[in-house]
Design a protein around this ligand. Sequence first.
Ligand code: NAD
Length: 253
Amino acid sequence: MLLNGKTAIVTGSGSGVGRAIALRFASEGAQVVCADLRLDWAKETVRQAESAGGTAVAVECDVADEPSVAHVVDGVPDRLDIIVNNVGIATPRPGLKLEEHTGEDFERLVAVNFRGVFHGTKHGIRRFKEQGSGGVILNTGSVAGLVGWGGSVYGATKGAVHQLTRAAAIEGAPFKIRANALAPAGMPYTNFAAGFGLSGDVDALARQVGAQHPLGDPITAEDCAEAAVYLCSDRAANVTGVLLPIDGGYVAK
Ligand SMILES: NC(=O)c1ccc[n+]([C@@H]2O[C@H](COP(=O)([O-])OP(=O)(O)OC[C@H]3O[C@@H](n4cnc5c(N)ncnc54)[C@H](O)[C@@H]3O)[C@@H](O)[C@H]2O)c1
């Protein structure tokens, strides 16, 4: 029970990485606020958490909308311990080159992937400072924000998330506020790939993606959730400003 008695907001917890994190947090004793644009998906995460004996609530939230994020942060009664800013959307069309992005494509990627994480980080820090005894921020970045991986604007938003995380770690440190980021490689089994129009044989895609990793396997949402539990627990009390690749060794090549 590494998160016993802690309250955590997890954005994008209606699917994929966010759902896996919410379920693992609940299994470690956290009370989890499952925030998602899709309230019905968040409610399904809550159902799964509760059926495993955990405690969770679902709230509707659009991370691109600052008042919506502030509302979720302020809606936590008593104390907020952890905020996981996990929402990210994919490059809107497969194989989209930098010069093919429309202004609208750019604005949407930045609004959700960067401004969304900014909103969660900002209001998390505000709430933690009001409470006065520290707090933990975990942002979901990407390997695409560490190396040139494809998805130029998407990757740039993730690079921005990484840099914002480091800044939050430095500014938050005097207040015992920690901030880290996960940087996963491609995870074919979430709903993310469908977001940029990839469909068909997901197992074949997983084998193809996994073959690019030195360890040879595709990354799963559960891999990210294990790292999230550690980084958000008191066991990582002296760990901040870290961008942790969850990538089977991809960026170490
Ligand atoms: N799947 C991958 O290949 C991959 C690789 C590296 C990093 N990531 C990152 O991991 C994170 C999670 O991705 P995933 O694979 O679980 O995706 P997913 O599509 O399965 O889940 C994303 C969730 O975010 C929610 N969401 C979307 N827009 C929202 C908004 N504006 N406000 C609130 N909720 C919103 C969706 O409803 C969904 O429940 C993202 O930040 C993504 O960029 C994914």
